[in-house]
Design a protein around this ligand. Structure first.
Ligand code: NAP
Length: 526
């Protein structure tokens, strides 16, 4: 990446910048701004991007699945072709290690290829056919056929902690493009350079595969203004958001107040409860200390699936486990947050928590090893205090967790019932011990999107059976997932065609089934 350049916005296949508000990204390890100026999009540029997207939506949505698949594969190819420049920019903007950058790029390419295959298969159209019954009595039944159609232009907001996999060409963008929705990316200000480069790769793929140029735009933004304009713009038909509860809720509320409200699929923060059974501690205490401490520290705790609440039953085993967790975390070196703003937010959220009565400190690192490092913290709390104070359920984004000591199973059951929605819920138990507490599985499955047995919650596989989303505040619509094949269902809506001539129906609904889709056909009962 040319460090001295001025970086504009990608609109209709071109880089443009008519604005005059520059900003730069920050290297948290060197504790200094990165070179290169990003020019924030103007209000006119936002409108232009949406006009092009709306105009090209119809052509794009009419393209065959093979053509859209070709486009998504080309995006993956172009991102890979950015080579080490992209990795370097990612590392400069986050302070994350190169291995993490390469791993996240691999996942991003994998997601693009997965959605290329989905576009080709076309199974997301879910054609359903009820044949006419003209001689039905007392009234004849009409021929009715239903298919999924794309919503229109989607605005995508990525999160700071995944500059590739949950950002510019991440799951939201790939899944929306797969079904024929144009995408307007609001670039994340903390990784504007990574985002710009990935956007340039998407634009190259647009040109190379001869896609309509308006189907992708990338807008630089240094504060909430661009995001708010997008959320309220009448040409935006849906929003994909990954980020904080505060940000997601603000956009959700804005979208709901529009003259034409639109769906906002916001994937937000989560505290990811873990329940540890005494029987597990009897047999695997040391391994569990290691695994859970690693999970809390992974990426300096900047993972949406980071374990934030760990529940157990009071007793000698639990007491010793809590102490060992505290000392394991205390022995680890502190790590950098990806941006000074996140360091500030972590320290602020942590001190907010510490104002509440009942917390005992198990680990609190005050000496840090670098400019944007934060001290990991582990606290302990009685079950009754947790149940009585919902404040302890707020996500502290970073290496922070609370061990909740419940006096018995009844109190633990009550604590789990009080939980707000989370992305994941983990049970660390022996199979036998869990069999004696099956009601816990039932309680947990109603509070989270993914229930995990004997594995840590960090790490999200991209596959058809993955559910990444949970009851509010984990996400604004728990019926959908942000990760895996079904992520594309957020960008489509069902439309029925009644009594239509065969040749005028969408191909997916025609009886000759030239697309070879799995049509659900209701047979005629005489
Ligand atoms: P963030 O501050 O909410 O920012 C996310 C995006 O939303 C940014 O582009 C931000 O840009 C924009 N934004 C925030 N508030 C806004 C508002 N009031 N109006 C309009 N736009 C707004 O989140 P982050 O710090 O980047 O990411 C960390 C959070 O993401 C953590 O809470 C983490 O748990 C969560 N996360 C969740 C998942 C998941 O899948 N559930 C995955 C990764 C991360 P501007 O600041 O320029 O407005």
């Amino acid at each position: 990446m040319n460090q001295n350049k001025i970086f504009g916005n990608w609109i209709n296949g071109k880089e443009v910048h008519s604005g005059s508000l520059p900003f730069s990204t920050y290297n948290p390890i060197l504790d200094q701004p990165n070179s290169g100026d990003f020019i924030e999009a103007t209000a006119d540029e936002v409108s232009q991007a949406l006009e092009y997207a709306s105009k090209d939506f119809y052509e794009f949505s009419r393209l065959s699945g093979d053509r859209r698949g070709e486009f998504l594969d080309a995006i993956a190819y172009e991102i890979e072709a950015l080579g080490d420049d992209l990795i370097q920019t990612y590392c400069n903007e986050t302070g994350l290690p190169e291995g993490r950058a390469r791993g996240e790029r691999g996942r991003t390419l994998g997601q693009l290829k997965l959605f290329a295959d989905e576009a080709r298969s076309g199974s997301w159209q879910m054609p359903s056919i009820d044949l006419a019954i003209p001689d039905r009595s007392p009234l004849p039944k009409a021929d009715i056929r239903k298919v999924m159609l794309p919503l229109g232009p989607v605005a995508v907001f990525g999160a700071s902690n995944f500059p590739l996999a949950y950002s510019t060409a991440g799951g939201d963008t790939a899944s929306a493009l797969a079904v024929g929705c144009p995408v307007i990316v609001k670039s994340h200000p903390m990784h504007a350079g990574t985002s710009f480069m990935v956007a340039s790769a998407i634009v190259n793929a647009v040109h190379r595969t001869k896609m309509p140029k308006g189907i992708f735009a990338h807008l630089n933004s240094r504060d909430h203004r661009i995001g708010q304009q997008l959320a309220t713009h009448p040409m935006v038909k849906a929003i994909g958001f990954t980020g904080s509860e505060k940000g997601g809720r603000a956009l959700f509320d804005l979208a709901a107040q529009r003259k034409e409200p639109i769906p906002v699929f916001a994937e937000m923060g989560s505290v990811n409860p873990v329940v540890v059974f005494p029987e597990k501690l009897e047999h695997e205490n040391d391994q569990l200390v290691q695994e859970l401490s690693d999970s809390i520290m992974l990426g300096t705790g900047q993972f949406c699936t980071s374990p934030g609440l760990i529940f157990g039953i009071e007793g000698a085993l639990w007491k010793s486990f809590c102490a060992q967790m505290g000392s394991s975390l205390s022995q680890r070196a502190t790590q950098s947050m990806i941006h000074p703003n996140l360091k500030y937010a972590f320290n602020q959220m942590k001190s907010e928590q510490l104002k509440h009565a009942g917390l005992k400190t198990l680990c609190s690192m005050s000496e840090v090893n670098g400019p944007n490092h934060v001290g990991q913290s582990l606290l302990q709390l009685k079950g009754v205090d947790f149940i009585n104070n919902p404040h302890f359920q707020h996500e502290v984004f970073g290496p922070f967790a609370i061990m909740v000591s419940c006096k018995d199973w009844e109190e633990l059951d009550l604590a789990i019932s009080c939980l707000k929605g989370s992305l994941t819920g983990t049970i660390m138990a022996t199979q036998e011990s869990l069999s004696s507490h099956v009601s816990l599985i039932e309680k947990l499955q109603h509070r989270v999107g993914r229930v995990i047995f004997n594995q840590v919650p960090t790490g999200v596989e991209v596959c058809a059976s993955m559910q990444h989303g949970g009851p509010y505040p984990a996400s604004t619509d728990s019926r959908f997932t942000a990760v895996g094949n079904d992520a594309l269902l957020r960008w489509v809506r069902p439309v029925s065609f009644q009594n239509f001539p065969q040749t005028l129906l969408p191909k997916a609904l025609q009886t000759k089934n030239s697309l070879g889709l799995d049509q659900r056909i209701k047979s005629i009962k005489k």
